[in-house]
Design a protein. Sequence first.
Lengths: 174, 164
Amino acid sequence: MLSKGEENNIITRAIQGDQSSFKVLYDEHIDALFAFLHQFSDERGQVKDWTQRAFMKAFQNLHSFNKDSRFKTWLFSIALNEMRMDKRSEFHFQQLDDADSELITEPETEKPEKWLKAKHAIKQLEPDKRIVFLLSIAEEYTHKEIGSILNIPEGHSRVILHRAKKELQQVLLS
Amino acid sequence: MNNPFYKPNDFPTSAEKNELWKNINHSLPNTSKANMQFHWKSFWIGNAAAILLIFASIGMYQTGMGLLTPTPSDQDQVYRGLNAATQQLDEVAPSLIKQAGSRSRPSMESTLSAIREIDRLIAEIKNEILVNGITPSKKKSLNRLYATKLDFYKELLLINREQS
């Protein structure tokens, strides 16, 4: 895995026109992005299309990438936008009150591995819960990052994750 | 290491990765390719500009000769010169259109169709001159057509330059 500094150097070289740097970025992120997107469609052609569109958009707009953030976060947010555009009817983030997020008091110190046992049930979650759960537990993004990727308040990400975990917990108990 | 939350078949195969890269690589911002294209553009624009200079010289020559009342053979020489020069512009035009962006291409293509229509009218008048001889009005029409053709080529060059 590339360090933040190495990745930023590669991005700088890509912006300057070094074609091989684009390939390094592609090789670094293709597996993670493809596998993540595969959780939202069983049609491989569809997943390939989202992946391709995300990389193309990211590379074409690389000059506007903010190097303070992670390239992967940026790439994922572009990919999710592409996917949500195609699945507009399925992806709705429920309107939540900020008060809801205050009810979430559980400590966030649990190990993600705990949820591996429930991975077969992740695809059964509603799309909004599945996105937040995967971004948080599988991809280990913070709620702040998830909020910025999905353009939702950080607190809403907490509430959605809480609800997703509750559903998966029931699967584990049954 | 692959993320344990995903199944092995959630990941792309090598063939899929290669296929995706091929498509993505094709759409990469043209860097070295762009430089190459830029030089070609300059080459063609330079060529076309040179031809326009030839036209300007021909215009000056024609004006000068006009003052001395040209004989039919002099006039013939002028049109031969004009033909040779426009022929070179005709060769440049498709390359300019080929290099144009998708936004300006339709407008350039319609300008080129207009040029082709002018060519047809020039050919008609020349035939008429061959059969029935030259008259001041035919000469005037022919000059106007060449001037319009030049204007259209100027337009093509300006569109090409604006989008480069």
